[in-house]
Design a protein around this ligand. Structure first.
Ligand SMILES: Cc1cc2nc3c(=O)[nH]c(=O)nc-3n(C[C@H](O)[C@H](O)[C@H](O)COP(=O)(O)OP(=O)(O)OC[C@H]3O[C@@H](n4cnc5c(N)ncnc54)[C@H](O)[C@@H]3O)c2cc1C
Length: 515
């Protein structure tokens, strides 16, 4: 692929660092002389896909003034109204960026318990979060809110533009669109979903298991009284976990039923398919009619072998797919984006320590492995076979132990994640909850996506890192350690009270000081 013809777009923010050789196109980064035949570096990052992962990543990059272009294949946002669950860690991240109030207006809070393999248990005691609930929200709504936020921060989103090819060199990536247009950026991130074009073109392996069990899911009205539906559902769910009719407001039900025996996978399911499956399992089709949308999904489970090849990275479903049980996929992708955004921005701004960008894969690949495993386990627990049913009964008993219940819920809600930052107290590598500080709540101080030194000793300093790390001296902070250094994603990067040790860790995470 050649890259002579490039569309020059004005930069979205003037404060982005520029190459001193930039000349005739205002704000355009020029390749150095050795790359004279290469196109100008118009963007810092091109993101393929404006789903929840791509939109979140765009916003995180914009917090650091990176010039971001999001290319989205579809001309219009999705119209189906599938409800997804935002789990505790994602809600915390929304609070950390000042987005939570906006998101809460559109969702419905539910208890943060009872969703591991749909085993009905109460919320475990002692979930250490100010946001210990599940927020049900239609996927298109959360996607819209995330995209709107990214645009407000200055990201460009171009719809109806599919990434079809790319070529990387030592200075950047030339991205080719389906219509033949070519664009140039320093980095490309594939947030283009489970069938990711970027991943396939990179040649990154996607090993795992193909789909074994297919499920129909849709929204429609029912023709029988609510009590009748509820009674039948309770009866059927004693043996069939992949089955529900859940009221969704205004007479509409969310319907889930196994797709076994329903014809061609390539064809969208019909209302008749739903009726037939409902009759097979429940002995009645509940008089379903007037479908809003109908879909089918499988339980394929796959994980990309690598998250980065040179200047091209993968995030979200492009990097991992798994069954929707436990409602983790969107959450996982959004959290990938929070992990990657500040690191990629640091690379672009020129202060990233040499290995920082590679910590993205080192930290997030194991998290995805763990999610894949818990969905494999949950899928087994939904089987109607006697063996898995017996294991389910046993686990149901075990979950009466609060610690077991909490362990599983912390896994699914992602508040149990601890990145491996080396030896240290248990808090090292974990996220810090939204503790009280003298200005109010900690997360209110993290809206700009910078690092934070939370200092109860009042005698430490961030010195030459003050352009990227804030300092809050607060002896009253609700911490039981003297000081913590927080990364922009809210994970604890250092604990201690010694300035030299702090400086070493500031260097490790935030590079060379500015002065
Ligand atoms: C039935 C069901 C229920 C679910 N429930 C939950 C839940 O409760 N909680 C949860 O966390 N997750 C849930 N999920 C999973 C969740 O929907 C996905 O994990 C999430 O959408 C992944 O986000 P993403 O941005 O990584 O990818 P996607 O949402 O797939 O977005 C990728 C985007 O890239 C675009 N694109 C594709 N190719 C290109 C290209 N070549 N160029 C440019 N753009 C391109 C696509 O049009 C799309 O907009 C559920 C999934 C299913 C099927």
């Amino acid at each position: 692929m050649h890259s002579q013809q490039v569309t020059a777009e004005p930069p979205s923010n003037d404060s982005v660092e520029r190459d001193s050789t930039a000349d005739d196109v205002p704000g355009v980064l020029r390749s150095p002389a050795s790359g004279a035949d290469r196109a100008p570096l118009v963007f810092d990052v091109i993101i393929a896909g404006c789903g929840p992962t791509g939109a979140t990543l765009a916003a995180e990059l914009r917090l650091h003034d990176a010039r971001v272009l999001v290319l989205e294949k579809e001309t219009e946002p999705a119209s189906f109204t599938r409800i997804v669950g935002l789990h505790i860690r994602s809600l915390e991240l929304m609070a950390m960026r000042g987005l939570l109030d906006r998101v809460l207006q559109h969702g419905r809070r539910r208890p943060a318990g009872g969703f591991f393999a749909a085993i009905g248990k109460p919320v475990p005691k002692g979930l250490d979060s100010a946001y210990a609930y599940l927020l049900g929200i239609p996927q298109p709504v959360i996607e819209h809110l995330l995209e709107e936020h990214a645009i407000e921060l200055g990201a460009r989103v171009r719809r109806g533009r599919a990434v079809a090819g790319f070529e990387q060199d030592d200075e950047g990536v030339t991205v080719e669109l389906a219509d033949g247009e070519r664009l140039r950026s320093r980095y490309l991130v594939g947030c283009d979903g489970g069938r990711s074009t970027v991943r396939k073109l990179l040649g990154v392996g996607f090993p795992g298991e193909p789909s074994r069990a297919e499920t129909l899911m849709g929204e429609m009205e029912v023709g029988v009284p609510r009590e009748e539906v509820a009674a039948k559902v309770t009866e059927i769910r004693e043996t069939h976990q992949r089955f529900w009719l859940r009221p969704f407001g205004e007479g509409v039900y969310s319907v889930v039923v196994p797709a076994a025996g329903v014809g061609d996978r390539a064809e969208p399911p019909t209302l008749e398919d739903f009726k037939q499956q409902l009759r097979t399992i429940a002995g009645t089709d509940f008089g379903v009619h007037s479908p809003r949308w109908l879909s089918r999904f499988g339980d394929a489970t796959r994980l990309a072998e690598r998250y980065r090849v040179g200047r091209v990275l993968l995030a979200g479903d492009a990097a991992h797919i798994h069954p929707p049980i436990g409602g983790q996929g969107l959450n996982l992708g959004v959290q990938d984006a929070f992990n990657l955004g500040w690191k990629l921005a640091a690379q672009i701004r020129g202060w990233a320590p040499e290995t920082l960008l590679d910590t993205y894969q080192a930290e997030r690949h194991p998290v995805a492995e763990d999610v894949l495993d818990n969905t494999r386990a949950q899928t087994e627990l939904l089987s109607t076979e006697p063996g898995p049913q017996a294991v389910r009964r046993l686990l149901t008993e075990l979950m009466d132990f609060d610690e077991v219940n909490r362990h599983l819920i912390e896994k699914i809600t992602a508040i149990g994640i601890r990145y491996d930052f080396g030896e240290g107290p248990d808090l090292l590598g974990r996220r810090l909850p939204d503790i009280e500080v003298k200005q109010g709540h900690l997360y209110g101080l993290l809206h700009r996506g910078r690092g934070l030194l939370l200092d109860r000793t009042e005698r430490l300093a961030v010195g030459g890192w003050s352009d990227r790390v804030d300092h809050l001296a607060d002896p009253t902070a609700a911490l039981d350690v003297p000081c913590v250094l927080l990364r922009p994603d809210g994970h604890v990067a250092w604990i201690g009270d010694d300035q030299q040790d702090l400086d070493d860790h500031l260097s490790r995470w935030f590079g060379t000081p500015a002065n």
